[in-house]
Design a protein around this ligand. Sequence first.
Ligand SMILES: O=C(O)CCC(=O)C(=O)O
Ligand SMILES: [Fe+2]
Length: 345
Amino acid sequence: MAIQTSHNKYPPFPSDITTAPLVSISLAKLEAGDKAESDAFYEACKNLGFFYLDMSGSTLGERIVDGAEKLHKVQQEFFKLPNELKEKYGTNMDKFYAYRFFPLTIRDPNGEPLRGENYNMRKDDILGNCERLPAPQLVLDNQELLERYVRDCRTVIDLMLEDLDTHLELPLGTLGNLHRLTSLSGDHARFIQAPPAPWDDKRIASGEHTDFGTITILFNWLGGLQIRLPVTDEWVYVKPVPGCAVVNLGDALVKFTAGILRSNIHRVVPPPGQQFGLARNSLVYFSRPENVVIMKRLKGGLIDQQPATEPEKEEITSHDWIMRRAHGDLRGIYTAKGFEFRTPA
Ligand SMILES: O=C(O)CCC(=O)C(=O)O
Ligand SMILES: [Fe+2]
C-alpha cells in the first residue's frame, strides 16, 4: 500500500530556509531488527533527540499514517465547533486532559480574539482503562479510529523502548515495564490548531519547551516547528515529510538515563514562506511513564557509568511531575547538564 497523505493540498514548504538535520529512521527496518538502523536510531536519541520515523514499507507504520490523515480531518472538524461547545470540555472538566485555548491580541472579522487551541485526550479514556471524561460527540463518533491510533502509536513506542533497553544494556523490558499500556499514565493524544497570526517574539519565546514525557510522535502538515541546535543554539525549521512522523524524546528519558539520551528544546513559529497565513494543525501522541513511577535515575547498564547526579531533593511521581511541569510550577529544561531552571518568560 502506497502512503497517501494530504501534504500536497497545502502550499509547499520553502526550499530556501535552513532546516534541521534530522536523520530518517525506517520503522520497517527497526521492526526487522536491522542492526545498522537500530544503531542510527540510538545515535539520534543521544545526539539530537529528534528524528524522522519513516513509516513506509511497514504495515503498522502505514496504518499510523493513514490514521493520522483521518484524525487530521477530525481535528479540523473539531476546531470548527462553536467555542461554547468546545469549552464544555475545557479546564473546568479537567485541568489538563481538556480543551485549552490561549486568546491572542489579534481578532477575527467578528471582533472575537483569535485563539491558539488544543484538545487533549487521555490514552486511558480512549482505551477504557478508567471512567471516561465527557467528550464531544465528534470525538465519541471516532472512538474506533482513536483507539486504533493510540494502540498503534504505543506499539511503535514500545518497540523503541525495547531497542533502547538493548543499547543501554538494561534487562529487556526495563523501560517497557514503566510504560504498560493498561496502567494509568499521562499518555495522551493532542489536536492542535494555531490560527493565522503574525510573528510575535514574546509569545514564541514563551512557548519554547522540552517535552516532559518519554517519547512523542508528531505529525505536521505545515512548517512552523523549530528546534534549537545543540551546538550553535540556532533555531531551525523541521520540514514536514509526507509518510514520516517526527519523533522526539522527552525529559523523562533524560532523567531515567542520567543524561545519556537527549530531549531537545523546540518551539512553534508561524508557517514559513507561502505557507504563512494559514491555520496550522498538529497531531501529537505523548507517552509518559505510568502515574506511580518515581521520576529518578534508573540503575543498571550504561546508566551506572554516567557521572554521579545530585540525589533527588524529593521523591516525585510521574503524575505529580506531569502536573507540575504542565502548570509551569517546575519550569526548566533538560540539557546535557541536567535540569536547568528557567525563570518564567
Ligand atoms: O505543533 C508542533 O509542531 C509541535 C507541538 C509541540 O511541540 C507540543 O505540543 O509539545
Ligand atoms: Fe513539544
